[in-house]
Design a protein around this ligand. Structure first.
Ligand SMILES: *Cc1c(COP(=O)(O)O)cnc(C)c1O
Length: 345
């Protein structure tokens, strides 16, 4: 089975399992788990921020961040194709009690003019715009890099209007890898960043929120309110330390595999790939003129032991990750070619 539906399907490495077994733990709600503290400090230092907070999921990290940065009834500006807007069960309104204002993001670039237009002018009938939310990489079906120069433009806007800049950096290390820069440069202009250990870094569980000491102290209270305070959490923080120390440096492999996969798929009759949008570990593709459409194509692939994810009426995605080798990519391309040929005949 070659599972390309997501980079969340990875198995923990042997080093992660050993780290879990040997983790030194304590009660983290009492601030006494040394392994959680190590992970939080490591995450903060790698991203160039003052402090970190370990949370159970990216979704919890996003909501803890927003409920700390924004008051009830305030507005947050979000990209239209983002996780925080589309895939968190309405938590922005249901839990964080804010109003989301979506903007269109084209090719991974947030248009500063459109973002500024979405900022509320002050007045007795207006609520306050509290946060601009970025997603890095942008759109989990495409994985587009938001360029640091674009983030700087938004930083200026945020400063001019006295609002916070938040980054859902679920795949921020993929962005840094694609840009060939230290991750600090990618997040420098953001006040607060969340990122996932359980996506491309192959940890079994967990995300981090990083920001200032003052922000993290308040976010810790919000995590507790959500039931996200954990006791001997070092057992799940330990593989996260391994993820940060051992799994970041191998991301170029995933990107090379994605690129090769995309080029291979683009040469198959019946499939279309926009190669300029293949920037990280995510390959988006369209099915064009195959019998049975995208469902027919994906079910035939599944019958051959290859899983991909449908992302629209005629589109699917494939995501490379730890455990997917160059030889798997060659196998996927050749099976896709056979299946597509069968469905055009
Ligand atoms: C996966 C993901 C999340 C949420 O992470 P979970 O751990 O699944 O809650 C948030 N944002 C983006 C962009 C993601 O891809």
């Amino acid at each position: 089975m070659i599972d390309l539906r997501s980079d969340t399907v990875t198995q923990p490495t042997e080093a992660m399992r050993a780290a879990m077994r040997n983790a030194v733990v304590g009660d983290d709600i009492l601030g006494e788990d040394p392994t959680v503290q190590e992970l939080e400090a490591l995450a903060a230092s790698m991203l160039g921020k003052e402090a970190g907070l370990f949370v159970i999921s990216g979704t919890m990290g996003n909501q803890v961040s927003i409920m700390t940065l924004a008051g009830r009834g305030e507005e947050v500006i979000v990209g239209r194709d983002t996780h925080i807007f589309n895939l968190e069960v309405g938590a922005l309104s249901a839990l964080s009690q804010v109003q989301a204002v979506p903007v269109t993001v084209t090719g991974g670039r947030y248009d500063p003019i459109e973002v500024e237009r979405a900022i509320r002018p002050q007045g007795i009938q207006s609520t306050r715009t509290a946060v601009i939310c970025l997603e890095q990489t942008y759109d989990l079906n495409r994985g587009l890099v938001v360029h640091p120069s674009n983030i700087s433009e938004l930083r200026k806007l945020a400063d001019a209007h006295g609002i916070s800049l938040f980054m859902d950096g679920a795949r921020v290390f993929n962005a840094a890898t694609a840009l060939g820069v230290d991750v600090k440069e990618v997040v420098r202009d953001a006040d607060v960043v969340t990122f996932c250990l359980s996506k491309g870094l192959a940890a079994p569980i967990g995300s981090l929120v990083v920001g200032s000491h003052e922000f993290i102290a308040r976010a810790r209270v919000m995590r507790q309110r959500l039931g996200g305070g954990m006791r001997q959490a070092g057992v799940i923080a330990a593989p996260g330390v391994v993820a940060l120390t051992h799994m970041v440096s191998r991301l170029p492999e995933d990107h090379a595999n994605a690129r090769n996969l995309a080029v291979g798929l683009s040469q198959i009759v019946g499939l279309r790939v926009n190669l300029s949008e293949v920037q990280t570990n995510i390959v988006g593709a369209q099915v064009d003129g195959l019998r049975g459409g995208v469902e027919g194509f994906l079910s035939d692939l599944a019958a051959e032991g290859i899983k991909a994810k449908k992302t629209g009426p005629a589109s699917f995605r494939m995501i490379t990750h730890y455990g997917i080798e160059e030889s798997d990519v060659q196998c996927v391309i050749s099976v896709c070619r056979q299946v597509a040929a069968r469905l055009t005949a």
